[in-house]
Design a protein around this ligand. Sequence first.
Ligand SMILES: Cc1cc2nc3c(=O)[nH]c(=O)nc-3n(C[C@H](O)[C@H](O)[C@H](O)COP(=O)(O)O)c2cc1C
Length: 283
Amino acid sequence: MNSDKAVMDILQNRRSCRSFLEKDIPQDILENILKAGIQSASAGNFQPYSIIKITKDETKNKLVGLSGKQYYLADAPVNLLFCIDLRRLKRTCEIIKAPFTSTKSFLEFWYSLFDTSICAQTIAIAAESYGIRSLYIGNILDYAEEIKELLDISDYVIPCMLLTLGYPKTNGNKQGKLRVKDVVHNEKYRDPTDEELLEAYKYKYGYWKMEPREDRLLKLREVCSGLHGEDFANECIKEIEDKGFINRLQHDFGLFYNPTENLDSSKRLLEFIRNSSCEWFEK
Ligand SMILES: Cc1cc2nc3c(=O)[nH]c(=O)nc-3n(C[C@H](O)[C@H](O)[C@H](O)COP(=O)(O)O)c2cc1C
């Protein structure tokens, strides 16, 4: 039971922050946090990522418009844009005459995204150790082309995630999470029973309910029938009528994260990656 209490406290109390104080992060602290991220594990230790540090108000305000109006990012003193960057490695290989195919292999895409994410999360946790909270902002992916232009991003560099960093105004709420037993399988994968799935869902979301207003039902019916057909739309509406409320995943997948828009965003992102000269998804 010898754990470093400080580390466990940080990990177990981490939460996203959407409300920041007007307070700068001292340069030496930011430098230390970035250093901790760059120390992360990386497949082959190639470190195929770049981090664009954004602190200027003008750029932050433009990013608000390129993130679906997530205003809180402009209040935070620092925003870090994490990018997969194979350009550095490709150019270095060209200079020192080493073979290089990472821009053509799907496996390398997978590793690069993994390495970039590990670096980002290490930075988020290192920041927590200084009382600095963070928020990942994925919506910027809808505006990859505009962000590329705004930040002079070159070919073979793909923006992945914005991490907003700052001192929190309030402590915020901890979100419900799954339990260890819901996530961890012992030795072999075991498909849970329907009852176990429902129990895990209830544990995570508690008694979350949304009022079945007419406009919401109309939207849900439209989304469900568009995605899975009339029969499924009827089943979804019947479930709501039987229970008397819209449940959390009906809300998330049917109303909040618009699935039809998400499909369009996916196509645009794939196109953006193709245009950035990476050939990971080519046959
Ligand atoms: C990849 C990724 C993208 C995210 N994008 C957004 C976003 O665009 N806007 C936002 O408010 N939160 C975003 N979040 C934060 C999640 O909503 C948040 O992590 C989740 O609700 C769980 O809450 P917690 O972080 O407080 O545990 C993102 C998180 C991740 C990991």
